[in-house]
Write a protein that binds this ligand. Sequence first.
Ligand code: CTP
Length: 391
Amino acid sequence: MLSGKCILIGITGGIAAYKICELIRKFKKKGADVKVVCTPNALNFVTKLTLQNLSQNEVYVEEFDVKNWKPEHISLADEADIMIIAPATANTISKIARGIADNLLTSVACAFSKKMIIAPAMNCNMWKNQAVQENINILKARGIEILEPESGFLACGYLGKGRLCSIEKIYGAVDEALNYSQILKGKKVVVTAGGTVEDIDPVRYISNYSSGKMGFAISDAAYQMGAESVLITTKNFEAPYKIIKVKSAMDMQNALNEEFDQADYIIMAAAVADYRVKEYSKQKIKKTESDNLTLELVKNPDILRSLCEKKTHQTVVGFCAESENLLQNANEKIAKKGCDFLVANDISRSDIGFSSDDNEVTILDKSGRIKKLEKASKQVIARQILEYIHG
Ligand code: CTP
């Protein structure tokens, strides 16, 4: 079940390090390629030779033990499909949360952009420490899965929460992450992102504050979950999948029409301008003696609505940004647009939504069901949205 997968295990200096030998055996039995990176202190609890024999690979500890042109921390991060840090000490957790990269393990973690699972183990008072808890919350908000420690007798003589969770639990989380990450395999997901730009003249335009971040997170997550992602956006963005750069609402509609038939999911995270100028001025509009200037605007097509009208097998998801009466407006909007799901954003809050890295959304479906996703990074929210609409 894990063949073809490369699992990177980071071991830090805690007594539970010896338990990871069993985890490596389990992964190997299922056909995974296992790479182990240790902090120097981990080797006080488990030997390099043991880990090397079990993983059937070299064990990495030293940061500057360079064997080829590519630094070890980059090649290890590039090769692995998933990284697990277990046991993770308070020290390593806090360093990763704050972006400190002062040994090979923390450097790999810093360079790692795929799924990461952290299983902490420490004294119960250290676990309760406010700084550690704050750092755990930072990691969670970034989409890193934390397998909370369990309660019981601790090696330090205390009774409390701090024991490494079971090896079965870590194995299960990895198995689920690697298989679950492919739930969109064979599906085409088309995502729109960013605010459209409606030109007035060669130097002026009408647009909005949408950063595109939520849409980027969704197209990235869809790609990571195995989908053929297509991103239609007004912003500059780089990704290993097809990106169609557009400007106006009309351009966006044309691009969507091109992609529509083959798509399984259409996710309209873009903030489409409702109006454009009736007549674009080829020359720069000059200031006149008058105190007023009137621009005549005409309605842009409601792209979401037009897609919903012609959809066959596609699941169409709209977004709505509301500054008041979120649920009432969202309910009216889903009925008006005819989409399968509507993701509602409260833009009256400054800590989420436009330009922010976090979001908190409510998903409505056409049968009236409501699902609230608690505040988290846009990456986490993106995965949760895809998981929810996929069912
Ligand atoms: N949308 C669209 N075409 C438009 C306007 C909006 O496809 N001309 C899509 C957006 O991409 C989004 C959804 O419709 O997925 C809702 O956008 P929103 O601006 O909240 O809706 P509007 O119908 O424009 O309503 P409002 O009067 O609140 O702006």
